[in-house]
Design a protein. Structure first.
Lengths: 459, 340
């Protein structure tokens, strides 16, 4: 039994003071059977045996050639084994199967290895960065100090990247303050207002998602540093990040907004809401999680950008909390600056900075996945419970309005001295708006109370 | 009285469109519409300003040497009025092509693996990992390329140059294949290694575009192919690839656009040379973006203007590639919907 049914069959305790209660309609429709899905062809048992055999044989051959005989350096073990596996597997399949199946098996192996190669590279990148950075990451002063007074020969228990951390936080905060409103407004414009101009904007934004990051840096260098400030500073860096984050933000919000079902909008319009109200009360709340994901992913991209801040933020090892004056180095630039040093401790600090940056991006990414994993318009059980609670809070107010409306009507009828029931007109809109204090503007009054209640009591 | 059937024109029914909604706007709706419209205008203005500022700042440098000389000179010495983008532009294209050559099969394979082979949690995890790969900062990729990939790949570079050195592209000068010493320095900091790292950086964007287009291959045709006795590869070859053609081309071009603009990873790996080279395994390479990152700090006003001109050239090239790519992708999206 789903939560909707549960709410529906358990209306809140009946209240005898209210003549007519609002009953939630019962869902008598059985839930649709889950889609059985298409029939899938499973792998034959023999195929998996062949796979395992070929893998074992290939590994053995690789080990023999590298470790056993030693004709090939050990570093090539993987390549040799893979090549041998490909040959062995194809040959084994060819023994029993016709040519198309052999081809299929060969290509499947290639496809799988492409996937493994990509994931493997990602794992290598992450692992390598953390492995090289762990020396400096282990020192607590790495996060609590800046590089003031840290000479090239100082040990790792001296100096840190606090200044870069502060720089990144301030710059990304300023960039987000500019990106989120502008990006969301533009995405809403593309989807809700539309028209010819919107199509032009969309095309330009799509092309700009691949704007070379160094070009964004050059642009801010020309427009802000050369023309206005004459000096690198944190604000210029955040402007450069904004130029790069804006298209990413608009695009992801645009994609998410496109998923809002049209009938949700139409339902809002049918209830008399204007376009702005539909956008504000229906469209945006529906895609709240998707928009949050977009913001977080844009943040992850913006934090990692190096080339634009290279030209705009300037280098410093000293804490600078004022983004509007003087150089303010963010994390990626600090990493770049540190690894260019010939001193091993500095390189180690650079790797630690890169590892920390990677960690921040990973965490942001995981948060984005956690909150954004749902479709537009779908609600989780928790959200459904919240909505049900909200409805329960609204119910007394609606009933109170209704009761007052009824009393008013009875008074009017008494005053007019017309017998009850002879005139069962629904009060006109003006009467309702005079009596209803809250935003309930039209309450239909049932013509026949008795039949109404029996209709709603379902077994 | 007889019954009249409503007139039915089947030819009119072929284009099903959503019923038009008639709005009557409230005053606040007009405010809302004009505010969002101004958001769009601001974005457009910002993006136009990128091009305008680069062009207006670069024009003085180009005027100094003339457009033709700017496009054909290989050297980069603004202080002696001898500079041009011929070498760096060629280097940029070369690195991007190497990256494309490596990334294209890899992302084609990965996206086919995601859509056709992998199921359930493997499919979901892999899609997430590809997105994560796209978010890895370029400085991390650069460090990985310079400190891990480079020392390990130089032996492979050497192997290629020894066995395939008769192809001019793979030739490396100043290396004696018979020498017993392990001399790998001539193979470091090359176009090839920079291209490999850039390849890993463009795989995510290519893969996600291709995956999206392969998902759109209609299931009716897929099952038709299976019903006719096709194997999975037979189905992929006859249904998925033809339907995903636009996605493959568009995704590849979008990847090319990214590869052309990549900066920090290349900057960390290459040792810059200012000549048109064809030997991709040899030490020394260059790209416009990396050159800007290298030279900006030692530049005076005029040299900066020259860099702006180079940046403008890069901007033009990437925008051309990107507009073509999005046009191809947009065209491939229409009409290839799945019928369930």
């Amino acid at each position: 039994m789903s939560l909707i049914d549960e709410i529906a069959v358990r209306p809140s305790a009946p209240d005898s003071s209210v003549p007519n209660r609002t009953h939630l309609p019962l869902l008598d429709k059985a839930e649709a059977d889950p889609d059985e899905g298409r029939i899938r062809l499973g792998a034959a048992r023999q195929r998996s045996l062949v796979l395992a055999g070929a893998a074992l044989g290939a590994l053995a051959m690789g080990l023999l050639l590298t470790v056993g005989i030693g004709v090939i350096p050990l570093g090539w073990l993987f390549a040799v084994s893979f090549f041998w596996f490909l040959v062995l597997y194809t040959a084994l399949v060819a023994l029993r199967e016709p040519l198309p199946v052999v081809r299929d098996g060969f290509v499947t192996v290639l496809l799988c290895s492409a996937g493994v190669a990509v994931v493997g590279t990602l794992a290598l990148v992450v692992f390598f960065t953390f492995a090289r950075g762990q020396d400096a990451l282990g020192h607590i002063n790495f996060f609590t100090r800046d590089m003031t007074g840290t000479g090239p020969l100082s040990g790792l228990d001296d100096g840190g990247i606090l200044h870069a951390l502060v720089g990144t936080l301030e710059q990304i905060a300023i960039a987000l303050v500019m990106t989120i409103p502008l990006g969301l407004t533009t995405a809403v414009f593309l989807n809700e207002v539309g028209g010819k101009f919107a199509r032009i904007v969309r095309t330009v934004v799509e092309a700009m998602t691949a704007l070379p990051s160094v070009v964004a840096g050059l642009f801010i260098y020309a427009a802000v540093i050369m023309a206005v400030t004459r000096q690198t500073n944190g604000f210029a860096a955040s402007l450069a990040i904004t130029v790069l984050m804006l298209p990413i933000m608009i695009r992801s919000a645009d994609v998410v907004l496109r998923l809002v079902p049209g009938n949700l909008r139409e339902a809002g319009l049918a209830l008399g809401a204007g376009q702005w109200s539909v956008v504000w009360y229906v469209v945006l709340p529906t895609v709240r999680s998707g928009l949050a994901t977009g913001v977080i992913l844009a943040t992850a991209h913006g934090i990692g950008e190096t080339a634009p801040v290279l030209l705009t933020s300037g280098f410093t090892g000293v804490m600078n909390v004022n983004p509007f004056s003087g150089p303010q180095t963010p994390l990626p630039l600090a990493a770049l600056d540190l690894v260019r040093s010939p001193v091993p401790q500095m390189v180690s600090r650079g790797f630690a900075t890169a590892a920390f940056l990677l960690l921040v991006v990973l965490v942001l990414f995981i948060i984005a996945r956690l909150i954004g994993g749902q479709e537009a318009g779908k609600t989780t059980d928790g959200q459904l419970r919240l909505m049900a609670a909200q409805s329960r809070r609204d119910l007394p107010r609606i009933e109170e309005n209704y009761r007052r409306l009824l009393e008013q009507r009875n008074r009017d009828l008494d005053a007019a001295d017309i017998p009850d029931g002879a005139d069962a007109d629904i009060p006109d809109g003006s009467a309702v708006s005079r009596n209803a204090t809250t935003n309930v503007t039209a309450v239909p009054i049932p013509q026949d109370r008795a039949s109404n209640t029996t209709m709603q009591e379902k077994p | 009285m007889s019954t009249y059937l409503p007139e039915y024109h089947p030819e009119q029914e072929t284009e099903a469109t959503a019923r038009p909604l008639t709005y009557r706007f409230e005053p606040k709706d007009y405010v809302f519409r004009s505010i969002t419209r101004s958001g769009g205008i601001i974005v457009l203005v910002v993006m136009a300003m990128v091009g305008i500022f680069l062009a207006s700042n670069g024009i003085s440098a180009i005027n100094e040497v003339g457009l033709w000389k700017f496009l054909t000179t290989q050297n980069w010495a603004p202080e002696s009025n001898d500079f041009g983008i011929a070498a760096v532009l060629w280097g940029t294209v070369q690195i991007a092509l190497v990256a494309l050559l490596v990334a294209m099969p890899l992302s084609l394979g990965t996206s086919l693996f995601i859509t056709e082979v992998a199921r359930g949690w493997v499919q979901r995890t892999l899609t997430s990992l590809i997105d994560l790969l796209a978010a890895v900062p370029s400085v991390v990729f650069g460090l990985w390329g310079a400190y891990m990939l480079q020392p390990n790949i130089v032996d492979f570079s050497k192997w290629i140059s020894v066995w395939f050195g008769w192809i001019p592209m793979f030739q490396v000068e100043g290396v004696d294949p018979a020498s017993p010493l392990r001399d790998t320095v001539p193979f470091t900091a090359s176009t090839f290694i920079a291209g490999l790292v850039v390849a890993m950086m463009i795989v995510p964007i290519q893969t996600s575009i291709m995956t999206e287009s392969f998902r759109r291959a209609p299931i009716g045709e897929r099952e038709g192919a299976f019903a006719l006795g096709a194997t999975r590869w037979g189905m992929i070859r006859t249904v998925v690839l033809p339907f995903g053609q636009g996605g493959i081309i568009g995704g590849t071009m979008l990847g090319l656009g990214r590869a052309l603009g990549e900066t920090i990873a290349i900057y960390l790996i290459i040792s810059p040379v200012f000549e048109i080279k064809f030997h991709i395994l040899e030490k020394g390479a260059n790209s416009i973006a990396a050159m800007i990152a290298l030279k900006y700090s030692e530049s005076n006003e005029f040299a900066m203007s020259a860099l702006m001109a180079a940046g403008f050239a890069l901007f033009i090239v990437t925008m051309l590639v990107n507009f073509t790519a999005s046009a191809i992708i947009a065209r491939s999206r229409s009409g290839a919907e799945s019928e369930g």
